[in-house]
Ligand binder design. Structure first.
Ligand code: FE
Length: 334
């Protein structure tokens, strides 16, 4: 077996390395997912195929700026990030190419990939309700909207509206039920807040455990990490909207860059990432759900129970992002 090498480039400056003409068997990835999550995956791919993967990791904002600044001279073949809102933005900014792939079409449900075929979900996270098991009975919960009922006055904790996760949640609510109804719901949430909004999902759950509030909305993997550390924590997940639109889900995902130098190799990698052999590696490390419906989640994730997902295409999260941000601002959601 060939010796594989994975080189990580650090630093914020423009990346300037030359790609040898014969370097067909490699793929260069810009990833907003951290190294711990992607390195094992890339190492497995290299072992399986001999194709080398070079990657850098950074926040999605700087990576997108860099892709745009580098233009046609970018060394990046693939962009990986979280949240459909971010993927949609990358496509809108013109840095992603359309990919024709029956494999991706088959492995990834239609609502979790771009109808324009520029980005593809690779793992699923649900943004759902968490509650204190001592102070709330699951029967008291039903929908996201019902967290605006007066009985939750002073009992609700939320993360800041500045986070794309909440922008996507509200954007998808607008897509399903319109702007007027959504704004009313968000106003009611704000009226029920126990305290100022938090900067992280972890803080929302800490506040619930500390008795500051009784319920909140978080991404499932943060809940998974918390109960891994504190198995007896008095907090549980609830799957809302099971009789209506379904649970709001989002993805981490990827696209192939407009100016990829290894387009064919990058597409093969992307297809592999959606395949059964890679899906658990991709999802389990962050306690997410595989996007490929033929692949079972990790046991600890499956233990949260089955639920019905919102089937609205996640492109709406991007398309309505500005509308969602304005709506939340009007509704006083900081
Ligand atoms: Fe996150």
């Amino acid at each position: 077996m060939k010796i594989w090498a994975i080189v990580q480039f650090a630093g914020m400056g423009l990346l300037t390395f030359s790609v040898p003409a014969s370097a067909a068997d490699e793929v260069v990835v810009y990833s907003a997912r951290n190294e711990q999550l992607i390195r094992p995956l890339f190492e497995a791919y290299t072992r399986e195929t001999g194709v080398k993967i070079r990657f850098i990791t950074d926040k999605e904002g700087p990576l997108l700026v860099r892709l745009k600044a580098e233009g046609s001279s970018t060394p990046a073949d693939m962009f990986i990030t979280v949240d459909a809102g971010n993927l949609w933005l990358a496509a809108k900014e013109g840095v992603l190419a359309k990919v024709d792939s029956p494999v991706l079409m088959q492995n990834i449900p239609a609502h979790l990939r771009d109808p324009g075929q520029q980005w593809f979900g690779l793992s699923v996270r649900a943004r759902t309700i968490v509650y204190h098991t001592g102070r709330v009975k699951p029967a008291e919960l039903s929908t996201y909207e019902a967290l605006g009922d007066p009985k939750w006055k002073g009992r609700l904790c939320l993360r800041t509206s500045k986070k794309v996760y909440n922008q996507s949640l509200v954007a998808m609510m607008i897509a399903r039920q319109g702007e007027t109804r959504t704004e009313e719901v968000v106003r009611r949430w704000v009226a029920n807040l126990a305290t100022d909004v938090f900067s992280s999902d972890d803080q929302v759950m800490e506040a619930i455990l500390a008795g500051q509030c009784d319920a909140g909305i978080v991404n499932t993997y943060y809940y998974g990490r918390l109960v891994k550390k504190q198995p007896r924590a008095a907090i549980a997940l609830f799957w809302p909207n099971q009789k209506t639109g379904g649970v709001h889900v989002n993805v981490s995902g990827a696209g192939i860059t407009m100016h990829a130098k290894h387009k064919v190799a990058a597409q093969k990698l992307l297809e592999w990432l959606s395949s059964p052999s890679a899906q658990n590696l991709f999802a389990d490390g962050n306690l997410e759900f595989p996007v490929n419906p033929t692949v079972a989640p990790a046991a600890s994730v499956a233990a949260w129970g089955k639920f019905r997902q919102d089937q609205t295409n996640l492109a709406e999260a991007g398309r309505r992002q500005v509308q969602a941000v304005k709506l939340m601002d009007r509704a006083g959601y900081r």
